[in-house]
Design a protein around this ligand. Structure first.
Ligand code: COA
Ligand code: AMP
Length: 633
C-alpha cells in the first residue's frame, strides 16, 4: 500500500487548525470546540480553548453507550502473581464510578490533586480514570522511586489524597510501599489528608487510624449503594494529570497535560500511527508510572475502543524470555509497544529466539520501540524473530505522543535502521546549531520543534510557567527545545543520537545525573563529584559516579563508595540503578572550573576523544582513565 503519510503531513502543514478540527471529531464534546487554537492563551497558546469535555466519558461511558459494554476494556495479566482478569467496558465503568464515589466521599473535588503510587494492578488504572471522571488531577509516581522522591511530588502538587497499595512485586522481592508512603508523608510539608490503601493478598499491612482507608471495602460500600458519579464537565484546557519527569536539577518537572488536546492527539495516533482499529487488542509493556503507560496503556487504547493489556511482569525471568510472546499470543495482541532494553534482555537470554516458536504470533501486526535509542542489532533480531515490522519511534514525557515515527496506519515508509523515521503531523522538526541557526541536512545539531506544539503536548510545568519557558522555550526563540541532539537526512528522516543535557536513559528510564550528583554531594565526606552515563549492553546506559573526598578524610574509599551507592538508592530509589561510585583524587576541569563530564564519558565508553583546549590540567585525565579502566575493564 502506498503510504498516505506525505499527503497527511502536507494536509496538516497547509491548514493546521483544519487538521486538528477534523481530528477532534473523534472525541465526544459536551461543548464542541468553536475556536481550535488560541495563540494568546497559556505559555505558547492553547488548543480547543472554548470546548468542554470529560476524558473518562470518552474512555468508558461513550463506548458502553455505543455497544462496547461487553468488550474487554482491560486485561490484567500478572506474571508476578499468576493472576489473569478481564474487565469489560461496562465492568470497568462500574469500578471507576465506585472509586470516584470513594474519592468524593473523602472530599476530593474538581481540581484537587491525587497522588497514585501503585504497582501494575487494575485498580491503578481505574483510579486514574476515576480522577478524570471527577476532574481531580492525578499524579502517578513510579513504584521504583524512594520516599524522598515521593515527598517532592506530594509537596509540589500539594496533593489532597494518596492512593496506594500495600506492596509492589519485583522478581525475588516484595517492595513494601507502606514504609515508603509513611516516610514520604512524614517528609512532606503539605500532607495528604487521607490515604486510600489497596491491600494486596501477598502483603497486607496495618492501616493508620484516622488517615488510611481500606480501598476494597470503601469501593465495595459504594458498589452496594449503587453509587453513580457523573462525568464532571471539564474545559479542554483543564489539567488531566501532572507527570513528574527528570529535569536537569534535583527538582523534577511536573509536566501538565490537558484534557482536550490530549484526547485528540492520542485518538489520532492510535489508528494512524499504531494502526489499530477499535475492538482490537493493543499492548504497551511499560508501567503506568511513565508517560508510555499514561498514553498507551491507559488513555490512547481506551479512547480508541481497544482492549488494553496491563502486564505486571518483566520481559525475562517471569518466568523466561518468552513472556512477551506468551502475552501476545494468549491475548491476540495486534500491536505492541516496548522499550529496546526489553528486546536486548530477551535477546541475551534467547539469542536464537527459540521461545517465540512456542507461540502463535500471527495476529501481531507490528512491534513499536521507544524510550531510548534502539540499537540496530536488537531491532533486526526482533524483525527476524517476528517476521513483522519493528518500528522505532521517538517522543518524550513532554510531548505525550510520538514526534517521529513510521506510521503503520497511514502506510509504512521505507525503513532506515537507526532512524525514528519521519515527523508526525503537528510537529515541524528542525535542527539548529547552538547559536540557533538551521544546519544543513545530515548535520548534527539541537533537535527543536517549531511552536506551537501540537495538541497533546505539555501545556506547561505545574505551577512553573517560567521554569517551562527557561528550560524549553527561551534558548531557541519560537521553538520547543527537545534537549535531544541528532540530524535529519536528505529524505527527511530523523535520527536521534543523544541528549544534549545531563539526562541519561537507563533501561528506558529517564534519569538525571545532576540529581544523583546532588545526592552524592550531600555525603559528609564528599568534596566534589560527577555522575556520567556509561554504555551498558543491556540497559543502554548506566550511571557511574566519580567522587573526590574532602581533604583529611582518611576512610577506606570502598566504604565511602558503598555509602554513596546506598544513599542514591535511599534518596532516589532503586530505579536509579546506581551501583558504581569510584573515588578519585581530582576531577578534570576547564580553566573556568567546569567539570569535563563529556570527556570522561567518552573515555569510559572507549570512544574517540579530543583533549579539550580549555583543560586546566591534562594529567587528571590519565588518572581518570586508569580509574575507569580499573572498574569498567
Ligand atoms: N518498583 C520497585 N522497584 C523497581 C520497579 C518498580 N516498579 N521497577 C524496577 N525496580 C527496581 C528493580 O527491581 C531494580 O532493583 P535492584 O537494584 O534491587 O535489582 C532496579 O529498580 C533497577 O531496575 P531496572 O533498571 O529495570 O533493572 P532490572 O535489572 O530490574 O530489569 C529489565 C532489567 C531490562 C528487565 C527491565 O529494565 C525492563 O523490563 N525494562 C523494560 C523497559 C521499560 O519497561 N521501560 C519503561 C519505559 S517504556
Ligand atoms: P521519557 O520522557 O522518559 O519518555 O524520555 C524521553 C527521552 O528518551 C527522549 O528525549 C530521548 O532522549 C529518549 N528517546 C525516546 N525515544 C527514543 C528513540 N526512539 N530513539 C532515541 N532516543 C529516544
Amino acid at each position: 500500500m502506498m503510504s498516505r503519510y506525505f499527503e497527511t503531513y502536507a494536509d496538516w502543514q497547509a491548514d493546521p487548525e483544519g487538521f486538528w478540527r477534523k481530528a477532534a471529531e473523534a472525541i465526544d464534546w459536551f461543548e464542541p470546540p468553536k475556536q481550535i487554537f488560541d495563540p494568546a492563551a497559556g505559555v505558547y497558546g492553547r488548543w480547543f480553548p472554548d470546548a468542554v469535555t470529560n476524558t473518562c466519558h470518552n474512555c468508558l461511558d461513550r463506548h458502553v453507550a455505543a455497544g462496547r459494554a461487553d468488550q474487554a476494556a482491560l486485561i490484567y495479566d500478572s506474571a508476578m502473581t499468576g493472576t489473569k482478569r478481564s474487565y469489560s467496558y461496562a465492568q470497568a465503568l462500574g469500578e471507576v464510578e465506585a472509586i470516584a464515589a470513594v474519592m468524593q466521599s473523602l472530599g476530593v473535588e474538581k481540581g484537587d490533586r491525587v497522588i497514585i503510587y501503585m504497582p501494575m494492578v487494575p485498580e491503578a488504572v481505574f483510579t486514574m480514570l476515576a480522577c478524570a471522571r471527577i476532574g481531580a488531577i492525578h499524579s502517578v509516581v513510579f513504584g521504583g522511586f524512594a520516599a524522598a522522591e515521593l515527598a517532592t511530588r506530594i509537596d509540589d502538587s500539594s496533593a489532597k489524597l494518596m492512593v496506594t497499595a500495600s506492596c509492589g512485586i519485583e522478581p525475588g522481592r516484595i517492595v513494601d510501599y507502606k514504609p515508603l508512603v509513611d516516610a514520604a508523608i512524614d517528609l512532606a510539608k503539605t500532607k495528604p489528608s487521607r490515604v486510600l490503601m489497596l491491600q494486596r493478598a501477598i502483603r497486607p499491612v496495618e492501616l493508620v487510624d484516622g488517615r488510611d482507608v481500606d480501598f476494597a471495602s470503601a469501593v465495595a460500600e459504594q458498589k452496594a449503594r449503587n453509587a453513580h458519579v457523573h462525568c464532571v464537565p471539564m474545559k479542554a484546557t483543564d489539567p488531566l494529570y501532572i507527570l513528574y519527569t527528570s529535569g536537569t536539577t534535583g527538582q523534577p518537572k511536573g509536566v501538565v497535560r490537558d484534557n482536550g488536546g490530549h484526547m485528540v492527539a492520542l485518538a489520532w495516533s492510535m489508528p494512524n500511527i499504531f494502526g489499530v482499529a477499535p475492538g482490537e487488542v493493543y499492548w504497551a509493556a511499560s508501567d503506568i508510572g511513565w508517560v508510555v503507560g499514561h498514553s498507551y496503556i491507559v488513555y490512547g487504547p481506551l479512547l480508541n475502543g481497544n482492549t488494553t493489556i496491563l502486564y505486571e511482569g518483566k520481559p525475562v525471568g517471569t518466568p523466561d524470555a518468552g513472556a512477551f510472546w506468551r502475552v501476545i499470543s494468549e491475548h491476540g495482541v495486534r500491536a505492541m509497544f516496548t522499550a529496546p532494553t526489553a528486546i536486548r534482555a530477551m535477546r541475551r537470554e534467547d539469542p536464537e529466539g527459540k521461545l517465540a516458536g512456542n507461540y502463535d504470533l500471527a495476529a501481531l501486526r507490528a512491534l513499536f520501540l521507544a524510550g531510548e535509542r534502539a540499537d540496530t542489532e536488537s531491532l533486526k533480531w526482533a524483525e527476524r524473530i517476528l517476521g513483522k515490522p519493528v518500528i522505532d519511534h521517538w517522543w518524550q514525557t513532554e510531548t505525550g505522543w510520538p514526534v517521529a515515527a513510521d506510521p503503520l496506519g497511514l502506510g509504512l515508509l521505507p525503513v532506515k535502521h537507526g532512524s525514528s523515521s519521519v515527523p508526525m503531523p503537528g510537529y515541524k522538526v528542525e535542527i539548529l546549531d547552538d547559536a540557533g541557526h538551521p544546519v544543513e541536512r545530515g548535520q548534527l545539531g539541537n533537535i527543536v520543534v517549531k511552536l506551537p506544539l501540537p495538541p497533546g503536548c505539555l501545556a506547561t510545568f505545574w505551577n512553573a510557567d517560567d521554569r517551562f519557558r527557561k528550560a524549553c522555550l527561551d534558548e531557541f526563540p519560537g521553538y520547543y527545545k527537545t534537549a535531544d541532539g541528532g540530524f535529519i537526512d536528505e529524505d527527511g528522516y530523523v535520527f536521534i543520537m543523544a541528549r544534549t543535557d545531563d539526562i541519561i536513559n537507563c533501561a528506558g528510564h529517564r534519569l538525571s545525573t545532576g540529581q544523583m550528583e546532588d545526592v552524592l554531594a550531600s555525603h559528609a565526606d564528599v568534596a566534589e563529584c560527577a555522575v556520567i552515563g556509561v554504555h551498558d549492553d543491556l540497559k543502554g546506559q548506566v550511571p557511574v559516579g566519580l567522587v573526590v573526598l574532602k581533604a583529611g578524610v582518611a576512610r577506606e574509599t570502598a566504604d565511602v563508595s558503598r555509602e554513596v551507592v546506598g544513599l542514591v538508592r535511599e534518596k532516589i530509589g532503586p530505579v536509579a540503578a546506581f551501583k558504581l561510585a569510584i573515588c578519585v583524587k581530582r576531577l578534570p576541569k576547564t580553566r573556568s572550573g567546569k567539570i569535563l563530564r563529556g570527556t570522561m564519558q567518552k573515555i569510559a565508553d572507549r570512544e574517540e576523544w579530543k583533549m579539550p583546549a580549555t583543560i586546566e590540567d591534562a594529567t587528571v585525565l590519565d588518572e581518570i582513565s586508569a580509574a575507569l579502566r580499573a572498574h569498567l575493564g
